[in-house]
Design a protein around this ligand. Structure first.
Ligand code: ZN
Length: 81
């Protein structure tokens, strides 16, 4: 078995997200006990960036924990149209 490589969660790129008409992001705290979340615009990141690439950059405003779960804000499709 050659499965020694670290399994990294890969998410879609901003290009794929924008192709689906989504420009907003939902940032969830990685700590489910906290469950703090916020919504932001994803316009500042380039097309080749994956959502999983930027997750370590966030610090929760609720509990101060680093790292987050970044998801496309599908409801923003209409909001930004
Ligand atoms: Zn938190």
């Amino acid at each position: 078995m050659r499965m020694s490589a670290t399994l990294t969660r890969q998410k879609i790129t901003f290009a794929e997200m924008r192709a689906a008409g989504v420009r907003g992001l939902l940032i969830y705290c990685a700590d489910y006990h906290c469950s703090h979340w916020t919504s932001i615009s994803g316009d500042r990141w380039g097309d080749d960036v994956r959502l999983s690439d930027i997750e370590p950059r966030f610090t929760c405003q609720g509990c101060g924990r680093r790292g987050a779960d970044v998801r496309p804000d599908w409801h923003s499709v209409d909001a930004y149209a």
